[in-house]
Design a protein around this ligand. Structure first.
Ligand SMILES: Cc1cc2nc3c(=O)[nH]c(=O)nc-3n(C[C@H](O)[C@H](O)[C@H](O)COP(=O)(O)OP(=O)(O)OC[C@H]3O[C@@H](n4cnc5c(N)ncnc54)[C@H](O)[C@@H]3O)c2cc1C
Length: 244
């Protein structure tokens, strides 16, 4: 749980819409009660607070899954424990407090060949980064997304991401399914085991001269960070965001 920080400005938002994405993941769309949505960089997160005592007045961080030009501020939440459970039960019209955006999990100008490693709900910052980038006129970066889920049914935003991939040659998605069996021998860009160095090397050819972003559970992030480090990827070329 997060204590309210004096450095961050909290604003009131109202829940306008909710979308059931999968069996246990929803997207909540918020509007500010006063004024416009604050500016943010795709990849950043906010702290969310309830106005009553349901979670002891403390907040939790959620990556922004919308993009700056959207009319709503979206977060996409997997139901895990108490706080996410309350978010899943939030009613349309309910108000929450949301902090200003935080974090350094975003693209820098020099990052031209970018590899995203997402574990399940860890896709949220990448969805914002990729969707926002795709809206721009200039597309001079290569993106490869390794997206790991138990099954295809658990893969939130996959339909939308596939649509982007079809329109944009510089964007490739490799689906990793850890609890699905290979059905078709010709399944392209799909792997049926945990994401590992062999898979990365198979699709990337070389691991050097790339920038890596890893997001997901602590275990997922730690394992892949170690795996990249052990294979001589420079620490400064790896950015991580652990969901805890
Ligand atoms: C920077 C940041 C961004 C985040 N963005 C998102 C987001 O976009 N969407 C989202 O759903 N959550 C996100 N989280 C996680 C979120 O803040 C909460 O931790 C999560 O909703 C669980 O809170 P809870 O009270 O429901 O469960 P708890 O009772 O606190 O959680 C139970 C256990 O699950 C672990 N846990 C938390 N998240 C995960 C996970 N994803 N996978 C596996 N284990 C987990 C916790 O460490 C804890 O041990 C983010 C966390 C951080 C630090």
């Amino acid at each position: 749980m997060r204590k309210k920080s004096n450095l961050l400005k909290n604003s009131f938002f109202i829940l306008k819409e909710r979308i059931n994405e999968t069996d246990d993941i929803i997207t909540l769309k918020f509007s500010p009660i006063k004024g416009k949505i604050f500016s943010f960089i795709p990849g950043q997160f906010v702290d969310v607070y309830f106005l009553d005592d349901r979670c002891g007045g403390q907040g939790k961080p959620y990556s922004i899954s919308s993009i700056p030009s959207d009319h709503f501020l979206n977060i996409t939440v997997k139901k895990i424990g108490r706080f996410s459970g309350v978010l899943h039960n939030l009613k349309i019209g309910e108000k929450v407090k949301i902090s200003s955006p935080q974090g350094h999990f975003y693209l820098e100008d020099e990052m031209k060949d970018v590899i995203f490693l997402a574990g399940g709900i860890g896709i949220t910052p990448f969805y914002s980064i990729i969707s926002a980038y795709f809206k721009q006129e200039i597309n001079d970066r290569n993106f490869t997304l390794f997206y790991s889920n138990k099954t295809a049914k658990d893969a939130v935003f996959l339909k939308e991401l596939n649509k982007l991939m079809k329109m944009w040659k510089r964007f490739k998605i490799i689906n990793i399914f850890t609890r699905e069996k290979k059905k078709n021998y010709f399944d392209k860009n799909k792997e049926f085991q945990s994401l590992n160095i062999k898979i990365l090397k198979k699709y990337l050819k070389s691991l050097g001269n790339k920038h890596y972003f890893i997001c997901g559970s602590i275990g997922f992030v730690n394992d892949l960070w170690k795996c990249l480090k052990n294979n001589k990827v420079k620490e400064e070329n790896i950015r991580v965001e652990s969901f805890y």
